[in-house]
Every structure is written in structure tokens, then in C-alpha cells.
Design a protein. Structure first.
Ligand SMILES: Cc1ncc(COP(=O)(O)O)c(C=O)c1O
Length: 447
């Protein structure tokens, strides 16, 4: 059998207004059968995708600056992912690793042990979604320490299940009306250099968080401190240098499990395998998902062998966790990251995109800050001359980009951040064209 990924010309072309007639017809069908609580950023229905392009059902080709929220790091339908999945799906679709185990699960765990930070002995457990990985990391930390409290930070996003809603900071749309939430979760301030007091160092911000955790909970009651090393939904917030290391050290000194939630920032996205690698920080547990498997649902908790092994047999798992097809996809995606140099590619994207964003900023006083690492970049939008968030301008700029065929996402506690998460295989030309559309959108809104 010849196995091919879709061959889609890597160029933006709009054949109809956005959304086109077929997308509109699908929206109509959807409105009677899909729950309103599940929303979509763009009213455009995808037909195929590859590289940096999503082709819609009307034949429009859109520049993808979102990667399905940081998932298709290797591009949609990466040839190695396609080949591995097609072969695997024809051999075994499912046996359940808890019933009849198979090699792919073991091979993914070996890769996770190799690639995650630290040279200590590591073990993994595989799941389906990021939220499920976070839930399980907390379960493991609680079991291993015999403690219950969990500390999370401001602007955190960890998922939509009950415990992860409790860990997530923002009420709308993630939490409002969905309580009661899991108990024994405490929140402390993070390091948010753009909004912290001028000149606050990472160490000072860490001390602010630690003091609050010690006073509000008590270090000896805390099972885990969980945070995203670069915050995703909360606004692509990069903590000041030294913050992560100071928190990790305090955790180690106090027998607290430091969980790095790398669901969005992990797997080559930031130009290193994991965002903590930029700071040389070694977490006790790492949660991964999204980019790990090129678009198939797979997630993992990886960590110190003694923590992972503390849980009794049967205490971790789930019917589909580490499904063979998802594992085959992960092995293909990781091979592409390694063979095609995607860490370096992410660094190149950072350089190229940051340059283009700085040119936009020079003409756009509403851009308060450009930040991020690798292919995880953002601009925070404010009322000029202030730090007052401008969510309306952010939404209007994003909408203009969508109308021009550029898939761009927003985020942030205040809804005022435009984030860029292109597939790392996007061409320079497409990336710059997408950012050109962003520049035009700002210019048109501010004219
Ligand atoms: C940092 C982080 N953790 C957890 C999650 C939840 O992942 P999932 O949507 O796969 O449950 C996300 C999703 O955006 C995330 O960004």
C-alpha cells in the first residue's frame, strides 16, 4: 500500500468569502445537533490540512497559526504520523494496555524517559487528554506524599474536568456554573513580568508565592505545586528568570512534588524539548499531551521512578490510555521532530516572527508586550500608554485575520493576547504572510 499525506499547495487562497457556502451549510446542520457549549473560533469547516495550510470545505486555503491549539507541531497529517497510524490501525486498533499490553506503549515511555528533563530514572503512565494527565499527576503526588493540598498559580489553565477546573484560574468560560470544585486547591501569584511591580525578579516573585503558600496552607501539607512553565490559555506568560528554579528548589526542600504542566509548551514547541529546559529546571513530574502525537489523543505523566512506582498496581490507567494507534502516531511525530530538526526550526520561527512583530509594534502603540519562546509567541494588547487590557481590539484584530484566511488564536485572563502557535513545519513565506495579514488587521482597526 502506498501511504501519502495530503498534497496541499502551501499558499493562502480565498475562493469564497469566509465562511463559504459549504461551511455555512455545515454550521446550519451543526446548530441543530451540536451542543452550544462547544464553540469554534472560526465558522469555517476544515476538509484537509498539511504543513502550514488548512483547506476548508469550500476550497479556501488558510494559513494555520494555531496548530489546533499547539497540537500539530509536526504539521497536520505529517507523513511519518500517517504511515505509522495506517500500519498500526491495520494491525491492532485496541486491546487495552491494562489487559493485553503492546510494544508501542513501552516505546513511547522509553522516549519520554529519554527526552524529559533530568537524568534520573523515570517512568510514565499514558492517558488520553491533557486534563487526564494533570488529574493523574495530582493523584500520584498525593499518593506518594500522603498529603492532600495542591497549589496552583494565577492565570493557570489545566483543563476542564472537575479537579482541573479547580486548578484553572479563569471563571469564564471554563468554570462559571460548573461547581462545586475539587477541594484542597490553593492559588498563589505567579511571575507575570509585564504586570508585576517594575523590576521584580523571578526570585522575588517566587518568594511572594512561597510565603502565601506557607501561610495559607503550610509547606508540610502540600502534596504538589503545579504550574505551566510558560502559561498557555492564561496569556503566554513567561515567568521572570529564576522563578521556576526557586519554586522547584522550595518544593525539593519541603518534600513537595513539583509538577510542570507541559501540555501546551512541551515537545519542541518552545525550541527545547520542554519549556523548563530553558531554565535548566528538572521537575518531579511532567505532564504532556497535545504535540506529543501529531494530532491523535495521547497524554502522559512522566516522572521520578520512585514517585511513579509509589502507586499500587491498578491505581492508574483507563480503557484507552496509551491506545496503540495514538502511540504509533507519537513515535512518528517524535521521529519527525528529531529527524527534521524541529527544535531549531522553533528557534528560527521565534527569530523571524519576533522581528515581524516588532515591526508591527513600532507602528502600533496598543501592543504592550511581545513575548514567548520558539513557536509559542504572543502579543499583549492594551490601551496605548497604559497596561489596561484591550480585549475588544484583540477580538476585532483576530476577526479580521480570520476573514482574510489566517487562523489566529487569542488567549489571556483578560482576553487581550494574540497568540501564535504555528506548525513548526510552516514555511518562512507563509509565516511572514500570516503576520503581514496581522499587521494589516491592526492598521485597519486603528485607522
Ligand atoms: C497547560 C495545559 N494543561 C492542560 C490542558 C488540558 O488539555 P486537554 O484539553 O487535552 O484536556 C491544556 C489545554 O489547553 C493546557 O494548555
Amino acid at each position: 500500500m502506498t501511504i501519502t499525506a495530503p498534497d496541499i499547495a502551501q499558499r493562502r487562497e480565498l475562493k469564497t468569502p469566509i465562511p463559504g457556502p459549504r461551511s455555512q451549510a455545515l454550521a446550519e446542520r451543526r446548530s441543530s445537533v451540536v451542543a452550544a457549549g462547544v464553540s469554534s473560533t472560526m465558522p469555517v469547516y476544515a476538509a484537509r490540512a498539511a504543513g502550514g495550510i488548512i483547506e476548508d470545505v469550500d476550497g479556501n486555503t488558510l494559513i494555520d497559526l494555531g496548530s489546533g491549539i499547539a497540537v500539530t507541531t509536526v504539521g497536520s497529517s505529517d507523513p511519518r504520523v500517517v504511515a505509522n497510524v495506517q500500519q498500526q490501525v491495520a494491525e491492532i486498533t485496541h486491546t487495552c494496555f491494562m489487559i493485553s499490553p503492546y510494544e508501542g506503549y513501552v516505546a513511547v515511555a522509553e522516549k519520554l524517559a529519554e527526552l524529559t528533563p533530568g537524568d534520573h530514572a523515570k517512568k510514565s503512565a499514558l492517558f488520553n487528554s491533557g486534563a487526564e494527565a494533570v488529574e493523574n499527576a495530582v493523584k500520584i503526588a498525593r499518593y506518594a506524599t500522603g498529603r492532600q493540598a495542591v497549589v496552583a498559580v494565577d492565570h493557570a489553565y489545566h483543563g476542564r474536568t472537575n479537579l482541573t477546573m479547580a486548578l484553572t484560574a479563569k471563571a469564564m468560560p471554563y468554570k462559571k456554573g460548573f461547581g462545586p470544585f475539587a477541594s484542597d486547591v490553593y492559588r498563589v501569584p505567579t511571575s507575570y513580568p509585564f504586570r508585576d511591580p517594575e523590576g521584580m525578579t523571578g526570585e522575588e516573585a517566587a518568594q511572594r508565592a512561597i510565603t502565601l503558600a506557607e501561610k495559607a496552607v503550610g509547606a508540610d501539607q502540600i502534596a504538589a505545586f503545579i504550574m505551566e512553565p510558560i502559561q498557555g490559555e492564561g496569556g503566554f506568560i513567561v515567568p521572570a528568570p529564576g522563578f521556576l528554579a526557586a519554586i522547584a528548589k522550595w518544593c525539593t526542600d519541603n518534600g513537595i512534588v513539583f509538577i510542570a504542566d507541559e501540555v501546551q509548551s512541551g515537545f519542541a514547541r518552545t525550541g527545547e524539548w520542554f519549556a523548563v529546559d530553558h531554565e535548566g529546571v528538572v521537575p518531579d513530574l511532567v505532564t504532556t499531551a497535545k504535540g506529543i502525537a501529531g494530532g491523535l489523543p495521547l497524554s502522559a505523566v512522566t516522572g521520578r521512578a520512585e514517585l511513579m512506582d509509589s502507586v499500587h498496581p491498578g491505581g492508574l490507567g483507563g480503557t484507552y490510555g496509551g491506545n496503540p494507534v495514538a502511540c504509533a502516531a507519537a513515535l512518528g511525530a517524535i521521529e519527525t521532530m528529531e529527524a527534521d530538526g524541529l527544535l531549531d526550526r522553533a528557534k528560527h520561527i521565534e527569530e523571524l516572527a519576533t522581528g515581524a512583530l516588532r515591526d508591527i509594534q513600532a507602528k502600533t502603540p496598543a501592543i504592550g508586550e511581545i513575548r514567548g519562546r520558539g513557536g509559542m509567541l504572543a502579543v499583549e494588547i492594551v490601551k496605548p500608554g497604559t497596561k489596561e487590557p484591550d480585549a475588544a481590539l484583540t477580538a476585532a484584530v483576530a476577526k479580521r485575520c480570520h476573514e482574510q484566511g489566517v487562523v489566529i488564536l487569542t488567549c489571556g485572563t483578560f482576553g487581550n493576547v494574540i497568540r501564535l502557535l504555528p506548525p513548526l513545519v510552516i514555511s518562512d513565506e507563509l509565516l511572514l504572510e500570516g503576520l503581514g495579514v496581522l499587521a494589516d488587521a491592526f492598521a485597519a482597526e486603528l485607522a
